[in-house]
Design a protein. Structure first.
Length: 167
C-alpha cells in the first residue's frame, strides 16, 4: 500500500494529477426568449396543468484561431412549450453556450466529448435559467429532470448513420 498522502484528485503529492480533458474558457447565454401570448387568461387559478413539450439539442462547431487548433463553441438548446386545451400557455427557449478546448484529447474522440461531456456540464446552468424564466412568467418553475446525454448522442448518431447508409 502506498502511504504517500493523496491530494483531492487522487494523485500522490508531488505528482501531477490527471489532465482534465475539457477546459471551459467561457459560459454564456447565447439566446433566450419567453413568450406568454395568452396571459393573463392562462394565469388564472384552477385551470389544471398544461401539457408540456420539451426539446433538448446540442451543437458544436470549431472556432478558427491561431492560438489553438482545438477550440470549440458548444451550444445546449432547451425549448419548452406548454399548452392547455389547444391554447399556448407559454413558450420558452434557451441557447446556452460555452467555449471549450480539448487539450490532449485525440481528434477522433472530439465529437462525443463535445456533445456528451460538455452538455452534461452546461445542463444545470441552462436548467436553472429555464426554471427562473418560467417563474418570472408567472408560472411554477419548470424543473427538468436530469438528462442522459450519452443516450441522446447515441440516438442522434444512429439516426445520422442510417440516413447516410440509405442515401
Amino acid at each position: 500500500m502506498n502511504d504517500e498522502p493523496q491530494n483531492t484528485n487522487g494523485a500522490a503529492k508531488g505528482q501531477n494529477g490527471p489532465q482534465v480533458p475539457v477546459v471551459i474558457h467561457a459560459q454564456y447565454v447565447k439566446d433566450i426568449s419567453f413568450e406568454n401570448p395568452n396571459a393573463p387568461e392562462t394565469l388564472r387559478p384552477g385551470q389544471g396543468s398544461p401539457e408540456m413539450d420539451i426539446n433538448i439539442n446540442m451543437d458544436a462547431r470549431k472556432l478558427e484561431t491561431e492560438e489553438t487548433d482545438n477550440l470549440y463553441e458548444v451550444v445546449l438548446s432547451l425549448s419548452a412549450k406548454a399548452a392547455r386545451n389547444e391554447k399556448t400557455v407559454f413558450l420558452a427557449e434557451i441557447h446556452y453556450g460555452s467555449i471549450v478546448s480539448l487539450p490532449g484529447v485525440p481528434q477522433d474522440t472530439h465529437h462525443p466529448v463535445l456533445l456528451i461531456e460538455v452538455p452534461k456540464t452546461l445542463f444545470p446552468f441552462a436548467r436553472q435559467l429555464l426554471a427562473e424564466l418560467t417563474q418570472s412568467g408567472g408560472y411554477p418553475p419548470l424543473l427538468l429532470n436530469p438528462v442522459d446525454f450519452r443516450a441522446l448522442y447515441m440516438e442522434q448518431f444512429v439516426k445520422e448513420n442510417r440516413k447516410a447508409a440509405a442515401g
